[in-house]
Design a protein around this ligand. Sequence first.
Ligand SMILES: NC(=O)c1ccc[n+]([C@@H]2O[C@H](COP(=O)([O-])OP(=O)(O)OC[C@H]3O[C@@H](n4cnc5c(N)ncnc54)[C@H](OP(=O)(O)O)[C@@H]3O)[C@@H](O)[C@H]2O)c1
Length: 326
Amino acid sequence: MVHVAVAGGTGHVGRAIVQGLIDSQEHQVYVFTRKPTSVFDHLPAVNIIVISYDGQDEIQNVLDKHEIEVVLSTVSPAGSAAFDAQVRLIRACSNSESVKRFAPSEYLIDLEREEEYQPFMPMLTFQRNIVKELRSHPNLEWTLFHNGYFMDYFGQPWAPTTMPSEVPFVDIEACQATIPGSGDDLAVWTHTTDVAKFVSRAISMKPGTWKEHSWIIGDKASLHEILRAAEKARGTKFRVAYDSVEKLKGGEVTPIPGNKAHAALYSTPEFDAYPLVLSMFAGIGTAIVSGHLDVPESESLNAEFPDIKTIKVVEFIEECWTGKQP
Ligand SMILES: NC(=O)c1ccc[n+]([C@@H]2O[C@H](COP(=O)([O-])OP(=O)(O)OC[C@H]3O[C@@H](n4cnc5c(N)ncnc54)[C@H](OP(=O)(O)O)[C@@H]3O)[C@@H](O)[C@H]2O)c1
């Protein structure tokens, strides 16, 4: 049994990963949280550790005391406080007697690959700097788990998920879509439950076998394929707008109704997240048309664990939406 700690495990992605680790029955699971939580009351096997990320030594003591061997970070990607916490966590892991492996909070795409979409996604600067920090700790084995976009969003509000409301390009509820480029570029879509299965298995890989980039491919589909599945399930043609590569690279995207609800989750009386959400989709759209979400399966963890069967996006949309009226 590997002792695994999930830092930020109370969050959206964290909860899915913790559930997968518990389901695997292969690991001793710890969740690091800044305050007492009832989130895992239904999972008594989860060990909750209340921790402050303010002091590196304190973190290191906790790691060594519980003989944590692997740390998975799923801390929030937003803001400098979370970034600083993750840096201290990495340094504590590097100095710890017990920790051998670390995976930072990522779960999207290879952010170092392309400069062009970076300006529109401010949180990516933090994530890139995390990679720089990791490179300065050669004693720590680490990987970035990439899974493309979460498939869960296409099942909302019908299918259970730990993810909050988000609408990537095809708004099935509103019967509208905003398509970057031609709509025929393939992209990776992975359900969080499948991400958790691969992460859980990756933890038990032989020491020294983690690569810097660990791709997890739930399914690959173009936005046209997703649109067709959505139109079939809703029984109607969608209103569709196409955004040129130039427009996307200028940080702009045609809005769809679901962008508002998505932005509302992150807005405060002082801060309107709507422009940020739109520019983030311009960035993701640019990544899709650049082919950066179309990775070869041979380079993914799927090749390592071919027995893991994943949810397919067209079937998922049909199952979630056929006959449903929001
Ligand atoms: N591919 C996709 O479609 C997709 C979608 C969404 C997210 N993601 C990625 O998934 C990762 C996790 O995102 P998420 O939405 O799950 O995060 P989240 O729920 O917003 O935050 C996760 C946890 O981070 C902890 N946290 C927040 N602020 C912190 C701070 N200042 N210091 C230390 N801990 C802090 C909190 O735990 P406690 O309060 O318990 O300490 C929180 O529950 C990110 O890297 C994100 O980019 C990918």
